[in-house]
Ligand binder design. Sequence first.
Ligand code: HPA
Length: 269
Amino acid sequence: MLEKIQETASFLKSKMHTCPETAIILGTGLGSLAGEITEKYEINYTDIPNFPVSTVEGHKGKLIFGRLGGKDIMAMQGRFHFYEGYTMQQVTFPVRVMRELGIRTLFVSNASGGTNPSFAIGDLMIITDHINFFPEHPLRGRNIDYGPRFPDMSEAYDRELIARADNIAAELGITVRHGIYLGTQGPTFETPAEYRMFRAMGADAVGMSTVPEVIVANHCGIRVFGMSVITDLGVEGKIVEVSHEEVQKAADEAQPRMTAIMRELINRA
Ligand code: HPA
């Protein structure tokens, strides 16, 4: 495993002419940020040794290196979801490669269903903490020496970055929520009873990604900032049929707001 990570990292290093310390996983709601990266050079996942290949519609699989807001950055366009059939090692493989490349801060985004009754479709939620509800743990198995066997998770989402994002949102006049993201395997959206259970467990939003990558980033000592677009509601009395298209539509509408905050946060980070 470590050998594969290092092999991939040295392949990428041989292609890179920058030294980014910032990485972005361009999840739902952040796709358009890719268009703002300058001096970019892109590498398709299919051309990267040991990289899994992304399959979901609307996710183009490539790594983008370049500059954003005066910073060298590396961006993942397309992530690997557990529901696609990847192992947790595959889902989180790019984060470990990031660690080898010297990444210090990771920005992530996703779409989620709001379980907090005060949320509305289109809200942006800064992730303050998470609940790992995946059936398999990404750190299960022999410990890689990037971090301890029993990693601390008391501040999985960096408090300083959250405070900075709050200030930026206020300056830009964009309303943001704070909340706990519960990651579950999907690919089904939740039944009303499941939404109710997740709410009772303390979740403000539920989605099918992010948690594995954030766990591995924490293990590697990479600080994390995450944001979620609330694309549908798992709130009693407000539950309606959900489709991928509706999720996409709500995310597209929220995208300019999410992008504005992230762009500025990356700039100042
Ligand atoms: N549940 C799980 N994942 C999601 C949802 C949801 O309601 N909305 C967007 N991703």
